[in-house]
Design a protein around this ligand. Structure first.
Ligand code: PMP
Length: 309
């Protein structure tokens, strides 16, 4: 993937050429992973020459909440961050689907991990993004031997950079053993989520996903899929899911900004349901894609549209 497809980044208070957005190797956020991030998708509509950005306010709310959880301050308000982001998108004039990364981090170079009187620096850049997970097939997942971090070790509600070592270890184990992705169990031994995705199963027509006390991220795609399901009359339950319930689910899928809605064919080599995409998954996926692209008026409030000249 070309990372320089979008020539501008937001760095140290202004929009600069991406090659000038460089930090020192001594940076505290780099050395100890003391930072947090966010990521928003933008969908390019070639006919209408606009970009539709998905649930941008929810993303900034979660991003600013992460600063609060870590007990520090960002130099911008939620509204200012939104303005900066929209300016950066316009400056990069995207003509492709993309992902914009938001990053808050400790930028000083002092030795030792330190969040006392923390002031986070903020930067942002964009990359083209189509498929993150293979979309043309069902996913094959492995229940990881790595346990999902818990909220009393590293907050599970903040997308805390250092916490993603946990995700990377699980993903490595899955990929090196021929699986597309990992499912992490939590400290109770129940299902938590994928390395960067929430998980849903369907049983007897009911949609089930672990609640937040199971150590899952407050996924914005998760929230959207729950709302869509309720709008079409599907019952949704948030409750713990024991590992072996995964194997006997009728349907299962992952949700996330990057993977969107991705159906699961196998978990630990057990075929899920019929081994094909399930009817509920298919319906939710279809409605989700229409919503993110700004093609469904019912969810127009989720999309921020930007005209591309
Ligand atoms: N869980 C984790 C650990 C994640 O990193 C992500 C990606 N942000 C998700 C779930 C999905 O969240 P969202 O739908 O907001 O992208």
């Amino acid at each position: 993937m070309k990372t320089d497809a979008f020539p501008y980044a937001f760095f140290q208070g202004k929009i600069v050429p991406i090659e000038d957005a460089k930090i020192s190797i001594m940076t505290n956020g780099l050395q100890y992973g003391i930072g947090f991030f966010g990521g928003i998708r933008g969908y390019y509509n070639e006919q209408k020459k606009h970009i539709s950005m998905f649930r941008i306010d929810d993303h900034f709310k979660r991003f600013t909440n992460a600063a609060k959880i870590l007990g520090g301050e960002l130099p911008y308000t939620q509204e200012e961050l939104k303005k900066i982001t929209l300016e950066l998108v316009e400056k990069n004039t995207p003509q492709t689907n993309f992902y914009i990364r938001l990053y808050g981090y400790i930028s000083h170079t002092k030795l030792s991990p330190n969040l006392t009187d923390a002031r986070f620096d903020f930067n942002s850049y964009m990359i083209p993004l189509e498929e993150y997970m293979p979309m043309g097939k069902g996913l094959s997942l492995l229940v990881s031997s790595w346990q999902r971090i818990n909220d009393n070790s590293i907050s599970t509600l903040a997308k805390a950079s250092g916490g993603y070592i946990n995700s990377a270890l699980a993903r490595k184990e899955a990929n090196e053993n021929g699986y597309d992705e990992a499912i992490l169990l939590n400290k109770f031994g129940n299902v938590a989520e994928g390395s960067a995705e929430n998980i849903f199963i369907v049983r007897d027509g009911t949609l089930i996903t672990p609640g937040f006390s199971e150590g899952v991220l407050e996924g914005i795609t998760r929230k959207s899929v729950i709302e869509i399901a309720q709008d079409v009359g599907i019952e949704v339950i948030e409750r713990p899911i024991p590992r072996s319930e995964l194997y006997i689910a009728d349907e299962a899928f992952l949700t996330g900004t990057a993977c969107q809605v991705a159906w699961i064919e196998k978990i630990d080599n057990r075929v899920i349901g019929s081994g094909k995409i399930g009817t509920i998954t298919e319906k939710l996926k279809e409605k989700f894609f229409a919503a993110v692209k700004g093609d469904d008026d019912q969810y127009a409030q989720w999309c921020t549209k930007i005209k591309i000249k």
